[in-house]
Design a protein. Structure first.
Length: 192
């Protein structure tokens, strides 16, 4: 059993922003794999389905980014899902919009959603990092304004391609692990 978490902020004003790329990926996985309808539970929206023959719960925390861990720990505890079977999809400012990276465990890289999850369940879960680029000046308000801004036309295409790749390969992560997912991800990204 797996828990796939897409990070973002609730509300129409945030829907198309860089910080919501995790929600965008979760929505595409939901559509492509015919998950049940999302329902309100665990301070989030949760749906269930199957990927690679495994039962998968898909979660979009509705707590706002900084408190994402509250939702994740409630769902993981209820379904008794171990951290190594949790996959968190999130935006990453240290990567350009045509890059995706994945790993098991690690630091938060300053991402408040990951900090929250780390503090609630340990950092030993899978992370899929989708690049959203960064502002030239990475100080306080510039970073906040950047992650809460919409994508340029060029970046929109890259992000949609990235979300499609993550959705195409999520079954590999679930069935074969993060190392094989990363290998196939590398091959797909070089073909772009």
């Amino acid at each position: 059993m797996f828990l796939v978490v897409g990070l973002g902020n609730p509300g129409a004003e945030y829907a198309a922003t860089r910080h919501n790329v995790g929600f965008m990926a979760a929505d595409e996985i939901h559509r492509r794999y015919n998950f049940s309808a999302f329902r309100n539970k665990f301070d989030g929206l949760i749906a269930e389905g199957q990927i690679a023959g495994e039962k998968v719960y898909l979660l979009k925390p509705q707590t706002y980014m900084n408190l994402s861990g509250n939702s994740v720990v409630k769902a993981a505890s209820f379904y008794k899902i171990l951290p190594e079977n949790i996959i968190v999809i999130h935006d990453d400012m240290d990567l350009p919009t045509n890059k995706i990276k994945a790993k098991l465990g690690g630091g938060s890289g300053g991402h408040n959603g990951l900090k929250s999850i780390d503090s609630c369940i340990t950092p030993n879960y899978n992370r899929i990092r989708i690049g959203v680029g960064h502002p030239a000046d990475k100080s306080g308000d510039n970073v906040i304004n950047h992650v809460l801004s919409s994508f340029s036309k060029a970046d929109q295409k890259n992000i949609q391609d990235d979300i499609d790749i993550v959705t195409d390969l999520i079954d590999v992560l679930i069935s074969k692990g993060v190392a094989e997912f990363s290998n196939q991800l590398g091959m797909r990204l070089t073909q772009k």
